[in-house]
Design a protein around this ligand. Structure first.
Ligand code: HEC
Length: 133
């Protein structure tokens, strides 16, 4: 009788253990997915000095310049050189649009917002003088 009971309790324990294990596995999968979806938000490294050529222009080329470069850039707004970009740094529309701020057209148009980390990198370049570096 006692032996049967012990076996039953052991089965229960195994069942519980399996249950816990399944939850742990399910949760770890969830986190894996989040890291794949948002790789930078999980671990944002803003360089000590964000430069125009090394940091900002590659981000713009990647997310904006399929529309904002070339012979007829969208809205007449070119973001392909330092002097072109400075116009929109100075009037506030660059950061207004990437931050989806009210009063500005949300950019990139018809696409996902830039990651918080990338926005921070551009802001840090502006904060350190928006140099042509
Ligand atoms: C699919 C094309 C497309 C992409 C990609 C795109 N834009 Fe635009 N952008 C436009 C068009 C069209 C306009 C003008 C009409 C409007 O304001 O919606 C515009 C307008 C703007 C303006 C002026 C907004 C204002 O409120 O005055 C800024 C600044 C700008 N874009 C910056 C960016 C930046 C920065 C990115 C990348 C993060 C980007 N755009 C990506 C098409 C695009």
């Amino acid at each position: 009788m006692l032996a049967v009971l012990t076996i039953k309790t052991m089965r229960m324990k195994y069942a519980k253990l399996l249950f816990v294990l399944l939850i742990v596995l399910a949760t770890s999968c969830y986190y894996d997915k989040e890291e794949i979806l948002y790789p930078e938000s999980a671990n944002c490294t803003v360089p000590a000095i964000s430069t125009f050529s090394g940091t900002v222009l590659p981000l713009l080329n990647n997310r904006c310049n399929n529309c904002h470069a070339g012979s007829s850039p969208s809205g007449g707004i070119a973001l392909d050189t330092h002097s072109n970009v400075m116009k929109y740094v100075n009037d506030g529309s660059l950061m207004g649009s990437v931050n989806f701020a009210s009063g500005y057209s949300a950019m990139p148009k018809n696409s996902g917002k830039m990651s918080a980390c990338d926005i921070q990198k551009i802001q840090s370049w502006i904060d350190s003088g928006a140099l042509n570096n």
